[in-house]
Design a protein around this ligand. Structure first.
Ligand code: PAF
Length: 281
């Protein structure tokens, strides 16, 4: 496995990799969710590349950029064990040349949910992912369903910009109590960690209600809210029952929906989601 830092080194190493190349973009502090993306890329591609970059432009001024967890040595050991071929660990200047003034932004699907809660977040995500796609020129790029809106936004960007890359979205990897794996779970105290299982419980409760005939969007939102309310440590930012492609909030009877939420527990905000109906049920 080759580990490179500067763009010129990356481009030189890229020419040595066989196509199709699968890219797994990450912000490091890797867990089994990331490992599952690398494994899937390994199965489907001749070569696998990973980026590790805590992207400053996707953090708001009050967010956790300075304290975001980092452990490069552990990340590289995990990637070596998973059989990655190439890892890019750039500095900020390698990705954002000083004086840069170019952004990539996607419009409607970034406005609600995480886009509303975190203004500017998706502009940072799409700009960095666009740069990563240019730098690596992969045939496939792998993302987790845990960041459902991010996956929708990136798919839209790739489609709208006519990019010859397949966006592969892989299932959320969960702890035994259902908590979705996330680097930010490391912020939780023991009590908060216990409480955090309620996100999955509420999604399951709504998905089970849907499976037994509760098709009204508002009824599903109420189940999400009521289950979260049973855990006193939680502070929901939103619960949503939305169209899985447009992310428009749904009203009335639904046949297919993305159930999602952002919930603070102590100082940590967690997001999670589940698809119901269609392929999600
Ligand atoms: O999902 C993430 O870890 C990040 O948003 C990504 C896609 C690596 C862009 O910085």
């Amino acid at each position: 496995m080759r580990v490179v830092h500067h763009l010129a080194e990356l481009r030189a190493e890229r020419t040595r990799l066989k196509d199709p190349l699968g890219l797994v973009p990450t912000m490091g502090f890797l867990h089994d969710g990331h490992a599952s993306l690398v494994r899937r890329a390994r199965l489907e591609c001749a070569s696998v590349a990973v980026s590790i970059f805590v992207n400053p432009t996707q953090f708001g001024p009050q967010e956790d950029l300075a304290t975001y967890p980092r452990d490069l040595a552990r990340d590289l050991a995990l990637l070596e064990a998973e059989g990655a071929d190439l890892v890019w660990v750039p500095e900020v200047d390698d990705v954002y040349p000083p004086g840069d003034q170019t952004w990539v932004s996607v419009e409607q699907v970034t406005r609600r949910l995480e886009g509303e809660r975190r203004p500017g977040h998706f502009r940072g995500v799409t700009t960095v992912v666009a740069k990563l796609l240019h730098a690596f020129e992969p045939q496939r790029a792998y993302f987790g369903q845990k960041d459902a809106q991010q996956a929708v936004v990136i798919r839209r960007m790739v489609r709208d910009l006519l990019w010859p890359v397949e966006v592969v979205v892989c299932p959320t990897v969960r702890e035994p109590d259902g908590l979705a794996l996330s680097s930010r779970n490391s912020y939780l105290s023991a009590g908060e960690r216990m409480a955090a299982g309620v996100l999955y419980r509420s999604l399951r409760a709504a998905a089970e209600a849907f499976a037994s005939g509760t098709y009204q969007a508002e009824g599903l939102r109420q189940i999400l809210r009521a289950t979260l309310a049973g855990e006193p440590l939680t502070r929901p930012h939103y619960v949503s029952v939305a169209d899985p492609e447009t992310l428009q909030e749904l009203q009335g009877e639904v046949s297919r929906a993305l159930l999602s939420m952002a919930v603070s527990i102590g100082k940590t905000t967690l997001i999670d989601n589940m698809l119901v109906g269609g392929e999600g049920s």
